[in-house]
Design a protein around this ligand. Structure first.
Ligand SMILES: C[S@@+](CC[C@H](N)C(=O)[O-])C[C@H]1O[C@@H](n2cnc3c(N)ncnc32)[C@H](O)[C@@H]1O
Length: 259
């Protein structure tokens, strides 16, 4: 697929174009047990969602529907939104195959097409690093959240510039050439021209996220290092994956005040 001239300059079109092409391979996942992976995430997320009775969620940057599917298992009514039509098509197929009722929208995480105060939870996994204006996105997520509702952001410091991490990614890239799970889409060809526009790309450590949450006016901001999820990926992914992503995951949560 080739982008038209004006699309080549628009970071969001470039990013959506990347994820369109990446959608099929992304849907295969990175672990050797999708069921165990989902059960691990349910245990990690329950204290922040079902254990406190939150029941209507927006999964922003829903991708192939992984988070939507496990939230649905947890009894939450989920709406998914993604900028990439390719990812949405994969999500629709996967959710239908699991006999669920997909509620998916194409749209931008920074300009949500939903009325104010209509969700109990806004959740996202592996999204904020790739947004051009994460502050604007969080303001929009706060808008659609009902008073007292909660934002959950799962992410990882995927592009940590520390030398040891950089070397790990280099080695991982070499090994991945021999692996079936290699990313067939040239990530850097798409992302390099837009990196300057992504404030959290190489600075997406938890501390930065905590500051963003506080700046967005969230209450009771917490950080969870997701030790169970990190352990799971350590024992259920390829060496190439582990070299690039060891212990990368964390969860930041925050609440919208009651008035
Ligand atoms: C790394 S994938 C994560 C997918 C999914 N959340 C998961 O955990 O598997 C990033 C996703 O964010 C989506 N995305 C990127 N920019 C977006 C934006 N501005 N608005 C909505 N979705 C966006 C991409 O299309 C892609 O599906």
């Amino acid at each position: 697929m080739r982008l038209q001239d004006d699309e080549q300059k628009d970071p969001k079109k470039i990013i959506a174009g990347y994820w369109d092409l990446r959608s099929k391979s992304y849907s295969k996942g990175v672990t050797d047990s999708r069921d165990e992976e989902k059960e691990t995430w349910k245990r990690c997320l329950a204290p922040f969602i079902t254990d406190i009775g939150l029941s209507k969620a927006l999964d922003v940057g829903s991708g192939t529907g992984f988070l939507s599917s496990l939230l649905d298992d947890m009894g939450v009514d989920v709406t998914g939104l993604d900028i990439s039509r390719g990812m949405l098509a994969q999500a629709r197929d996967a959710l239908l195959q699991e006999r669920r009722d997909p509620d998916l929208f194409q749209g931008d995480a920074e300009e949500l097409p939903f009325r104010s105060s209509c969700f109990d939870v806004v959740a996202s996994r592996h999204l904020l690093w790739t947004l051009t204006d994460p502050g604007k996105a969080l303001a929009q997520w706060m808008r659609v959240l009902r008073p007292g509702g909660r934002i959950l952001v799962i992410d990882g410091n995927w592009f940590d510039p520390a030398v040891s991490k950089w070397l790990g990614r280099g080695l991982s890239g070499l090994l991945a050439n021999f692996s079936k799970s290699r990313n067939p889409v040239p990530f850097h060809r798409f992302y390099d021209p837009v990196l300057q526009e992504l404030p959290l790309y190489s600075a997406c450590g938890p501390e930065r996220y905590l500051a963003f949450f506080e700046d967005a006016g969230m209450k009771n901001v917490t950080l969870d290092r997701l030790s169970e999820a990190n352990r799971f990926y350590k024992s259920h992914t390829s060496l190439s994956y582990r070299l690039a992503n060891a212990n990368a995951l964390f969860l930041v949560t925050g609440e919208k005040g009651n008035q």
